[in-house]
Design a protein around this ligand. Structure first.
Ligand code: NAD
Ligand code: UDP
Ligand code: UDP
Length: 318
C-alpha cells in the first residue's frame, strides 16, 4: 500500500485525535496541526513517538506550507462555552483557517474535507434536518461567531471548488460524544457524566425539553473517512449523525441511572439562541456512503463513562 500523506488540522482535539489514531493505524503518514486552544497533547501522546505521525504547533489563522494528499479541516473550538470565550477569534479560525487550508489544497491538488456542523441550520423550523434546508441562524447572537464562521467556510469550500476545481467534501456533523472530550469542555455529555460521577448536581439548562441526537465518536470517524474516500464529484454537504433523538432531561436521567449516581438534577438558565430541536436526516449518507451509525446511546454512554471514571481516578478526583 502506498502511504497517503494526510494533514489533520485540529488533530489534538476530541474528534481530531480519534481521526489521527485511525489514519495512523491504517498505515498513513499523518501531520497533525493544532495550537492546543481546546485540544491537548494528552490526546495524541501515544502517537508522538511514531515516525508516521508529526505534531506541528501552529495557529491555522496563519498560512502553512506542507505537502500532502488529503486534508481534514477540523481546527475550531466546538463547545459553545469554548467558542464564545473569544468569539472574534472563533470566526477568524473558521474563516482564515478554511481559506488557508483551501489555498494549500489548491496548490498541492490535495482532496480536502471540511468539518462543518448541524449549527449551520441554526434553530431549525423543520425536523429532521435535511441537507437542502437552508437554516435559521441569528446573525447577531452569541452563537453566530461559530454558526456564521462555519457557514462562510462552506461558502469558501464551494467557491474554491467552482472557481479553482478544488476537490472538496463537506460534512455536517451533529452532536458527537465519547472519550477524549476535555473534562472542562462544557458540552452536555461530558458535563453530565463528570457531574454524575462526582455526585455533584447535574445541570440542565432550561426545562430540559430541548432535543439533541447523539452520535458516538467511532461511528462519526467512520463516516468522515468514508466521505473523504467517496466517489469523485460527490462534494456533499452530507449530514453525519445519529438520528436517535432525546430530550436533555432524558439524557440526564439516563446518565444518572447508568452510573447509579446520587446526583440531583438542577435547572439553570437556558443560554440565548439554544436550538429547540436537532435531528439529522441521514438518507444521503446511507445512499452515498453506505453509512449509518451502529452504536446506540446507552452503549456509547457506557464507554464514555468508563473513560471519564478512569481519568478522574488518575487525577485523584474520585
Ligand atoms: P475540540 O474543541 O475538541 O477540537 C478542536 C481542535 O481545534 C482543538 O484541538 C483545538 O486546539 C484546535 N484549534 C482551535 N482553534 C485553532 C486554531 N486557530 N489553530 C489551530 N488549532 C486550533 O472540538 P471537536 O469536537 O473535536 O470538533 C472538531 C471539529 O468538528 C470542529 O471543527 C467542530 O466545529 C466540528 N464539529 C464537532 C461536533 C461535535 O459534536 N464534536 C459537531 C459539529 C461539528
Ligand atoms: N496558503 C497556505 N498554504 C499553501 C498555499 C496557500 O497557507 O500551501 C494560504 C495563502 O497564504 C493564502 C490562502 O492560503 O492566504 C489562500 O490561498 P490562495 O492561493 O487562494 O490565495 P492568494 O494567495 O491567491 O491570495
Ligand atoms: N446543556 C445542559 N447542561 C449542560 C450543558 C449543556 O442542559 O451542562 C444543554 C444545552 O443548553 C443544549 C444541549 O444541552 O440545549 C446541548 O448542549 P451542547 O453544549 O453539548 O451542544 P449544542 O448542541 O448546544 O451545540
Amino acid at each position: 500500500m502506498i502511504k497517503k500523506r494526510i494533514l489533520v488540522t485540529g488533530g489534538a482535539g476530541f474528534l481530531g485525535s480519534h481521526l489521527c489514531d485511525r489514519l495512523v493505524r491504517e498505515g498513513n503518514d499523518v501531520i497533525c496541526v493544532d495550537n492546543l486552544f481546546t485540544g491537548s497533547k494528552d490526546n495524541i501522546r501515544h502517537l508522538l513517538e511514531n515516525p508516521y505521525f508529526e505534531f506541528i504547533r501552529h495557529d491555522v489563522i496563519m498560512p502553512i506550507y506542507v505537502e500532502c494528499d488529503q486534508i481534514y479541516n477540523l481546527a475550531c473550538p466546538a463547545s459553545p462555552i469554548q467558542y464564545q470565550r473569544d468569539p472574534i477569534y472563533t470566526t477568524k479560525t473558521s474563516m482564515y483557517g478554511a481559506m488557508n487550508a483551501l489555498g494549500l489544497a489548491k496548490r498541492t491538488g490535495a482532496r480536502i474535507l471540511q468539518a462543518s456542523t448541524s449549527e449551520i441550520y441554526g434553530d431549525p423550523e423543520i425536523s429532521p434536518q435535511v441537507e437542502s434546508y437552508r437554516g435559521r441562524v441569528n446573525t447577531i447572537g452569541p452563537r453566530a461567531c461559530y454558526d456564521e464562521g462555519k457557514r462562510v467556510a462552506e461558502t469558501l469550500f464551494f467557491d474554491y471548488h467552482r472557481q479553482h476545481n478544488v476537490d472538496i467534501k463537506v460534512m455536517r456533523i451533529f452532536n458527537t460524544y465519547g472519550p477524549n472530550m476535555d473534562i472542562g469542555d462544557g458540552r452536555v455529555v461530558s458535563n453530565f457524566i463528570v457531574q454524575a460521577l462526582k455526585g455533584e448536581d447535574v445541570t440542565i439548562y432550561g426545562d430540559g425539553s430541548q432535543t439533541r441526537s447523539f452520535c458516538y465518536v467511532d461511528d462519526l470517524i467512520d463516516g468522515m473517512i468514508r466521505l473523504m474516500n467517496s466517489r469523485d464529484g460527490f462534494t456533499g454537504p452530507v449530514n453525519i449523525g445519529n438520528p436517535g433523538e432525546f430530550t436533555i432531561r432524558q439524557l440526564a436521567e439516563k446518565v444518572i441511572e447508568l452510573i447509579g449516581s446520587k446526583s440531583r438534577i438542577i435547572y439553570q438558565e437556558l443560554p440565548k439562541d439554544d436550538p429547540v430541536q436537532r435531528k439529522p436526516d441521514i438518507t444521503l449518507a446511507r445512499e452515498e456512503l453506505g453509512w449509518e451509525p451502529t452504536i446506540q446511546l446507552e452503549e456509547g454512554l457506557k464507554k464514555t463513562i468508563t473513560y471519564f471514571e478512569a481519568l478522574l481516578k488518575e487525577k485523584g478526583e474520585l
